[in-house]
Design a binder for this molecule. Sequence first.
Ligand SMILES: NC(=O)c1ccc[n+]([C@@H]2O[C@H](COP(=O)([O-])OP(=O)(O)OC[C@H]3O[C@@H](n4cnc5c(N)ncnc54)[C@H](O)[C@@H]3O)[C@@H](O)[C@H]2O)c1
Length: 347
Amino acid sequence: MERVRCAVVGMGIGKAQGRALARNPRAAVTALCDLDVPRMEELRAELPEPVKLYTDYHALAAGPEIDAIFVGTPNQLHVPVALAAVRAGKHVLCTKPLSDSETAARELVREAEAAGVVNMMSLSMRYDGRVQYLGGMTRRGDLGEIYYLRSRSVRRSGIPDWGAHFIRAGGGAFRDMGVHALDMAWWIAGCPEPVSVTGVAGAKFGPRGQGYWEYRSVTPELAAQYAADDYGAGLVRFANGAAIQIESFWASHQADEFQMEVFGTEGGAKLDPLTLYRTIEGRPADTVVRAPKQDGFDGVAEHFIACILDGAECQAPLRHGLTVQRMLEGVLESAATGREVALGVGR
Ligand SMILES: NC(=O)c1ccc[n+]([C@@H]2O[C@H](COP(=O)([O-])OP(=O)(O)OC[C@H]3O[C@@H](n4cnc5c(N)ncnc54)[C@H](O)[C@@H]3O)[C@@H](O)[C@H]2O)c1
């Protein structure tokens, strides 16, 4: 196989990931799938080669012109679409979060691994140049032992209003942006085993028709469908003694911020602007690093293709998505029960 023939399902984020796959010289986008044909036509017009359009993801999964499928549908449909892909023997690349529940996520990982296909999470923040830079440092041990991280996505007025799926059950702020903040911190920490989580969550703006994307007004009918969190926060403990403090707000009376701080025994770091905090000769030696430029979706595409064509070991398998799902569902469960949640497998 010289080039991987890729299909893209879901024309929202699928456009960004599809363009990145099409930019990769070792991949081609050969098929698109969505219920909305005009949305597919828009992406097709940008692509350099002939593209087949589908409205049924089961038919797409059976398509002989396809080696790999990117899943970019609403959260509630990630597992059904990805399962159809792996059952048809296609490699699968799934957007975040892996699923809308831990049980469904677990079933998908079991089947994908048994099928022997490449199965990878599309994590645009983990593959951001700054996060990759910090992950390289922590893997080399440059910051010593990583024992604590703070990671957060805070929006002033940023509840997505372009799809009711975001605010229905299985959506929510924590599964949307908390997952990015949690995944990148967990990956930088070296993917330790989570043991327990305590959290709070709720919906303070969305059900009241407030806090939507760029202060836009929404209809009372949309706001009435609100059945998810618009904020969530928690503390995850790991088997190695480390912890991550995590916060995700779709709306708040606070400044917009996407930030992470890393605490290591030999140095610390901050994501934005990318800053290293070290002590040299007993003095603070702090450096702002010129952030390496890498679009996250290009990084994802490059690694996915390398896993398929070169047999590279996948650095972001669906199994990672499952672990992050366990942690984030744990935050929501802890918020609902008012208790700390143990994260043993199969709980
Ligand atoms: N940085 C990132 O990685 C990133 C950014 C944004 C969104 N996302 C993820 O992408 C997913 C979708 O979010 P979005 O903003 O693109 O939403 P969206 O509403 O803009 O797009 C979803 C698309 O899926 C299509 N769709 C729905 N049901 C379908 C079906 N049965 N078959 C085929 N297509 C179907 C819809 O018609 C729509 O075009 C979410 O899970 C979200 O978390 C990831």
